[in-house]
Structures are given as C-alpha cells and as structure tokens.
Ligand binder design. Structure first.
Ligand code: KG4
Ligand code: ZN
Length: 346
C-alpha cells in the first residue's frame, strides 16, 4: 500500500435517497444526500418513481459532493458504489453512473454491500472523536428493509446470528405510522410524537421466534392495526386524541423487542461490544436504552453519528477505502488499470 492519501468518490442509490460522498482515507470531505419526497403521499417507496428520481438527482448530487470536497474528479483514486441489496431500478442508476465515470477516468470501481456499509460506518473518522469498536463485536443492523444481528469478526468477515423472518424493524415503524395516517417514512415521526406520550399507555405483544436471535414484526403490525380499528370504531377521534401515547407505546414495543434480542446475542456469544447501525439506529429511544444498559451491565455500546444512520454515501465510501487499502496490502506493487477492483470477502 502506498503511503499517500486516497480519495474515493462513493455513490449510494439503493432505495429512495440519492447520495454521493468524497472521502480522503477514512475522513469524510463531503456527504450529499437528496431525499426523494415524491413517495410521501404513497405511504411507501414506489420503485419506478425512485429510479426516475435517481436519474434526475445523480449528476447534480455527484457534482455537489465534488464541489463541497474541493476535489477535482481527476484526483480520485477509485469509485465505490452500492451493488445491493436494494431496488433493482435504483441500483442500476448508481451502478451505470459509477461504471461509466470510473471507465472515463481510468480508475478502479469498487462494489459495496449496503448492509456491510451500514455496519462499517462506525469506522469513519469523526471529529466528535468517537471510539471505534474492536473485533469481534455484535452489530444490530436495523433499517427499512433489513433487521439483522451480525457478529463482525473483521472488516470482511461477518456472521449472521439472526434476522427477521418477515418485516424489518423500520417497516414496523413505517407500517404502524401508516395505520395512524402519518406520511412515509413514519419512523422519525413516531419518534418525535413518542417524546410527548406515555410508553406504557397501550401494551403491545412481544412476538416469539423459533430461533431466539431471529426477529418477527408482522404480528406486531397486525396487533397495532387491530388495536386502532377496535378503538376508532368506539371513538372516531381515538387517534387524534391519543396520538402521543399510541406512538410512545408502539416505539416502546419495538425497542423492547430489539433490546431483548441484543441481550440474547450478548449471552449467546459472550461478546459484550454492541454497535447499532441503519436508519432505525437514529431512534432516540433505542439510543437512550442502550446507553442506560451499557452503564448498568458493562456492555460497550457504539452508536453512529446521526448523519451516518439513514442511507448515505459516506458509509459506502468507508467500505470503498477499506477494500482499496486491503487490496494493495494483499497485492504489493499491483498496477491497477481500469479493471474492476475485486477484494475477496470471507
Ligand atoms: O437505513 P435506511 O435509511 O434505509 C434502508 O436501508 O432501508 O432506513 C430507513 C428506515 C425507515 O424505515 C425509517 O422510518 C427508519 O429508518 N427511521 C427511524 C428513525 N429514523 C429513520 N425509525 C425510528 N426512529 C427514527 N428516528
Ligand atoms: Zn440502508
């Protein structure tokens, strides 16, 4: 590996955010995110609208990221992009843009797994001097599309301990919000209203799973639906009159499930470092409960900076940088042409 600074342009387009970032080694120089508001009125992401919006956004977003980083594109060493998982049409926009730009600049193209990127966002060097986890640690990755407990043994060695068998944690928030008539994405709104309500007002059931480290949220969502239907039948203003208490109770239910799984994963593996990642890790209640649990139970807790929780290209960039570095370490004196940069993952 050369001892010079490495500049990576990263592109994320897996769902409904178009994002580009520039990293100098593990430091983020810019991280531009264009949220797609077009989905709000549909109560969820409409894939065809998402790919069209990515097409409109990608050039200005990349230009802005380069401008904010004060980097000319000819200074870049590689381009990292989200390969998946995600919406096919959305991924295609990022992939074809990244491929074409890498070819035209004659630099390597690095493909990045979106879930790995959520987890490795913890390794971005941050001015708030956050301490990074050491290996092995457990990641609870909670997003709109995925919910996983992962044992992270190294940057490139991940073992899935458990995952959702139906809905993701973010979906549990978003679908519950939709039942309450709130716009998409409902997670941040439930979080906001929950701050004003009583979390014990309406208890919701905790679902059981065969594998204790797996998750299930579809029964939870159905319980919220039945509860709202029953109460609005008796009182048509039930939601308006109790919105804060309902939101606080829903949030409390989901966070209780997540905390129980974390506890189980720590018991099972004996690893007491826990990192949270993904959009739902922005939730103020899970952050609060984790910090409380960490002081009481001697867990070491890692909470990502707010801007790296929901989808962003900086997290793609850190994986791009780590793969780039790993590649050169493994193959000294390697000369890269336009070729795609492949790094073996265990
Ligand atoms: O990681 P992400 O941006 O996209 C996916 O990869 O899916 O996660 C988006 C999810 C949405 O379900 C959104 O409602 C949820 O993260 N979310 C939250 C909060 N902020 C975002 N859920 C609960 N509380 C929040 N503060
Ligand atoms: Zn995500």
């Amino acid at each position: 590996m050369q001892n010079k600074d490495i500049y990576i342009l990263a592109i994320e387009s897996s769902c409904d955010d178009t994002s580009a970032a520039v990293l100098k080694n593990d430091v983020v120089l810019s991280n531009v995110v264009a949220n797609q508001e077009v989905h709000q009125k549909y109560g969820g992401v409409v894939p065809e609208l998402a790919s069209r919006a990515h097409q409109q956004n990608i050039v200005p977003v990349v230009q802005q990221a380069l401008k904010q980083a004060k980097i000319d594109k000819n200074k870049l060493h590689a381009i990292a992009f989200t390969r998946g998982p995600g919406l096919m049409g959305s991924l295609l926009v990022g992939t074809s843009f990244a491929t074409t730009l890498a070819m035209s600049l004659n630099i390597p193209l690095i493909d990045v797994n979106h879930m790995q990127a959520h987890i490795l966002a913890h390794f971005i060097s941050d001015s708030s001097k956050n301490i990074k986890p050491t290996f092995p640690f457990i990641s609870l990755t909670i997003s709109g599309g995925h919910t996983q407990l992962v044992q992270v043994n190294s940057y490139f060695d991940f073992k899935i301990l458990g995952e959702t068998i139906d809905d993701a944690a973010g979906e549990a928030f978003d679908k519950s919000a939709k039942i309450l008539g709130l716009p998409y994405p409902g997670g941040p709104l439930i979080d906001k209203y929950a701050k004003l309500g009583n979390p014990k007002a309406f208890p919701f059931p905790i679902p059981k799973t065969k594998n204790e480290l797996d998750f299930s949220f579809s029964g939870f969502k159905t319980a919220v639906l039945r509860f709202v239907q029953k109460n609005t039948k008796e009182n048509p203003n039930f939601i308006q009159e109790n919105l804060h208490d309902i939101c606080a109770s829903i949030q409390n239910g989901i966070v209780t499930i997540l905390m129980k799984k974390i506890e189980k994963a720590i018991q099972t593996t004996g690893i007491n470092q826990i990192a949270i990642a993904g959009g739902v890790s922005a939730n103020s209640e899970i952050r609060k409960q984790l910090l409380q649990a960490s002081s009481g139970k001697k867990w070491k807790v890692f909470i990502p900076p707010f801007e790296y929780t929901t989808d962003n290209a900086a997290m793609i960039g850190i994986v791009g940088f780590l793969k780039y570095k790993h590649h050169f370490k493994a193959k000294k004196n390697n000369h890269l042409a336009t070729a795609r940069l492949k790094v073996e993952e265990n």
